[in-house]
Design a protein around this ligand. Structure first.
Ligand code: SF4
Ligand code: SF4
Length: 445
């Protein structure tokens, strides 16, 4: 029988922040078997029960049964220290929906955590202003591009200004801005002439992807066209809201979800496709996020039913095999939100098998988190750094010249690590390598 959460004195905080306590059924499902412990990166590194999934579930339960104060330092610490990688959820035999528990726990922690005025201002700027509008993201990206391309970045690094400001590590993670940005304005791209089937696919262009990974969008559009799809970029779409939801800001996460449903649904697509695994996972959470919204609940369910990660959709479509050999040695780093969150693991390998001449070497611990995890590598640099080292060691052991991934955050993290280590390897998105093979075929025609 479920234990009902007792009346807590922080209810007014939670109501104000639009936060609901997690359903007791979510934590009652945990039978404390510990089968998830070995798959948990923080438990693997720290060997502490509190830093394990079972320990965190016990804390969330304790808070919601009134035995642990919601502002207890141990609870707040564990809500931050968890990567949200969902490796525990993927292996749990009892089906504990850990991701939903963590989301609720983080929202509670956020509602009661004391914050300095400066931290409030930064958070308000990033989540409340910047990522609520793609126009603002593009504006900031222009400034970043100026910083990166005019020698300012070189000068700041050379003079040690960033170190003095305590921002050197964070700045290393700044992705290089694309030479042109992708702005969804209702563009439509017809399927290639030789393609046989026609599906209408709406592309969610996202925030960071649209300004720093424009080449991944180009590859996505082209690869889908080769596979018989019409691709549209509906106007009015926004950031998917994953950063907000993972940070406990569910009010804004819901607002962004509603705007994306409005914009993308209006294009009447057969599929909604997303090429960053963290975002494709979050988009599939829209039905859960909006389940109690009378106007959007049903629409969100339909939206989720047609949403696909790009690797998933290409695998569903075939994909069309390339003809010309691409003699590259490659390995694949599995994004947590693809392999654990969406259980998409074979499809990326299926895509690679469509490319002749490729030498694919499996990486050890390919599904262990690389330490990126949204803003985790900025907020928890020590654990993130240890996980990155481990990932780079595994990548180096394959002697691959290309490390493939399928998520923006992982690609940023891997590129920064590879550059710092001076490794001779390139990081690419899976769809880019398939697209490179298709373009090679076209060049030979
Ligand atoms: S989360 Fe699942 S695997 Fe982990 S202790 Fe609970 S029931 Fe066992
Ligand atoms: S989400 Fe990842 S880091 Fe967090 S408890 Fe689960 S396995 Fe551990």
């Amino acid at each position: 029988m479920s234990t009902q959460p007792i009346e807590l004195n922080f209810q007014s905080y939670l109501q104000q922040a639009g936060v609901s306590a997690p359903d007791a059924d979510l934590y009652d499902t945990c039978v404390r078997c510990g089968l998830c412990l070995e798959s948990c990166p923080t438990y693997t590194l720290l060997d502490l029960e509190a830093s394990s999934p079972r320990g965190r579930i016990a804390l969330i339960r304790g808070v919601n049964e009134g035995r642990i104060p919601v502002d207890a330092p141990g609870f707040l610490k564990q809500m931050d220290q968890c990567l949200g990688c969902l490796a525990c959820q993927a292996v749990c035999p009892s089906g504990v929906e850990y991701g939903h528990l963590l989301e609720a726990g983080r929202a509670q922690a956020k509602a009661v955590r004391p914050q300095s005025r400066m931290a409030q201002m930064i958070e308000g700027f990033v989540f409340g202003w910047l990522f609520m509008s793609l126009g603002r993201v593009r504006l900031l990206a222009v400034l970043m591009a100026v910083y990166q391309r005019t020698g300012l970045q070189w000068l700041a690094r050379r003079l040690g200004v960033l170190k003095l400001m305590g921002m050197a590590q964070m700045e290393q993670l700044l992705p290089r801005m694309s030479s042109s940005f992708v702005k969804a304005e209702g563009q439509s791209f017809a399927p290639m002439a030789q393609a046989t089937t026609t599906k209408r696919v709406a592309l969610l262009t996202g925030c960071v992807q649209s300004v720093a990974f424009a080449e991944v969008h180009d590859a996505t559009v082209h690869a889908l066209r080769v596979n018989g799809c019409e691709v549209v970029m509906p106007q009015g779409q926004e950031c998917c809201g994953a950063l907000h939801a993972h940070g406990g800001d569910l009010v804004r996460a819901k607002e962004l979800a509603r705007r994306n449903i409005d914009a993308l649904e209006a294009a009447k697509p057969d599929y909604v496709v997303v090429n960053a695994a963290g975002c494709s996972h979050h988009v599939k959470e829209y039905a859960h996020l909006l389940h109690d919204d009378p106007a959007y609940g049903k629409r969100a369910e339909h939206f989720v039913s047609i949403s696909r990660d790009i690797t998933e959709l290409l695998a569903e479509l075939g994909p069309k095999p390339a003809q010309t050999p691409l003699p590259w040695r490659v390995t694949y780093q599995e994004p947590c939100h693809l392999v654990h969150g969406q259980k998409v693991s074979q499809q990326p390998r299926q895509i690679l098998s469509a490319i002749p001449g490729l030498s694919f070497v499996e990486m050890g611990e390919s599904s262990m988190c690389c330490g990126s995890a949204g803003t985790y590598n900025i907020l928890q640099p020590e654990i993130a750094g240890e996980l990155l080292e481990r990932k780079l060691n595994n990548a180096a052991a394959t002697q691959a010249e290309v490390v493939l991934s399928a998520n923006t955050g992982c690609m940023i993290q891997m590129r920064a690590g590879i550059a710092q280590r001076g490794m001779n390897a390139k990081v690419m998105h899976l769809v880019e390598i398939l697209d490179a093979a298709y373009r090679q075929d076209e060049a030979r025609m």
